[in-house]
Design a protein around this ligand. Structure first.
Ligand code: ATP
Length: 312
């Protein structure tokens, strides 16, 4: 039995080296009961390595971890009874239908509430009658998500699960994660998309080059959302006109347009943009994670690199 007094996940100094590649370094992390925890990092940051180590699919070089109070190595089998897991590359039998595949997984678990499975399939608009090999990657991913949620586990671990899902399905999927947390259970969601974890996570751990850079409440993270903004005018503008707006950086002017990175108040930017000019178009999108990391975590990254050099 697991007791609800233990955290969902607890790691101490968890470290994994692949030969001389430090994929994960000294991870101290706690994921609480009743939260969706986002594990955010760019490709190659160490997210998959962390999850695979927690599941005892690979062994740590150093450190230890527990899930629901159970040791990830000594109690790996018992842990399986309490968790749902969606790997980034769920190997599926292409000739089985979604239903057959879920039956297979359900039998491994000693049964499942099929009413719940059907409800999940309806919510995600999953077609369980088709052969898995004939499904698009997004529709295959739905079968994987159902598989991870279907036993109502105490902890759901998912490795970049939203890949290929269309926006409406993503929304339903996020509601499903929220419900798990509201039920006192936990979700560990790895992602390389800031906007995704912002929408659904309570707290976010930020990992870069194998190191946990920070753990933040999602509201603190929100203020770090840098946008790439393009403003198009009917006549040429200069970068200097925008230099005084708080939160503007990396301006590039091309003819009648200016491109900039921005994390200030949009109203202020638009006031300057429309004050002296005719604004004819505006494009705004989330900056990529690496840009956000460089803007906010440069010191930590440099620290990490110099630590590594000191160890070499
Ligand atoms: P992605 O989103 O691309 O899967 P990730 O954050 O999950 O990235 P990991 O897959 O954990 O990152 O990889 C962390 C580091 O460890 C990377 O530098 C990767 O190249 C390296 N790595 C991962 N698996 C192995 C392996 N089996 N052998 C050697 N190096 C590996």
């Amino acid at each position: 039995m697991t007791s609800t007094t233990h955290p969902a996940i607890h790691t101490t100094g968890l470290t994994k080296h692949y030969d001389d590649v430090p994929a994960l370094v000294d991870l101290d992390l706690e994921v609480r009961r009743g939260e969706v925890f986002g594990f955010l990092g760019p490709n190659g940051a160490g997210k998959t390595t962390t999850i695979r180590t927690l599941l005892d699919l690979i062994r740590p070089t150093a450190g230890s971890a527990s899930i629901l109070g159970l040791d990830t190595r000594a109690d790996a089998v018992e842990i399986r009874r309490h968790i749902g897991y969606l790997p980034s590359d769920l190997a599926m039998y292409p000739n089985l239908t979604g239903k057959d595949l879920l039956t297979y997984f359900a039998n491994l678990r000693g049964g499942v509430d099929w009413g719940h499975v059907d409800a999940l399939a309806t919510r995600l608009k999953a077609d369980l009658g088709k052969k898995v090999g004939d499904l698009s990657s997004g529709n295959r991913q739905k079968v994987g998500i159902i598989q991870a949620f279907m036993s109502r586990p105490d902890l759901v671990l998912m490795d970049e699960p939203s890949t290929g899902l269309d926006p409406l399905v993503q929304q339903e999927f996020q509601t499903m994660m929220r419900e798990v947390a509201d039920d006192g259970r936990s979700v560990f969601l790895s992602s390389h998309t800031l906007s995704e974890v912002q929408r659904v996570a309570d707290r976010v751990g930020i990992i870069r080059q194998g190191r946990l850079v920070d753990v933040e409440g999602v509201h603190d993270l929100r203020s770090k959302a840098i946008r790439r903004v393009e403003l198009v005018f009917d006549a040429p503008v200069t970068a200097e006109e925008f230099a005084g707006v708080a939160g503007v950086r990396d301006t590039q002017v091309r003819d009648n347009a200016i491109m900039l990175s921005f994390d200030g108040h949009m109203e202020e930017l638009l006031a300057v943009a429309t004050g002296r000019h005719h604004l004819v178009d505006i494009n705004s999108e989330e900056a990529d994670l690496e840009e956000i990391f460089l803007a906010y975590y440069r010191e930590d990254a440099v620290d990490g690199e110099s630590r590594e050099e000191a160890m070499a």
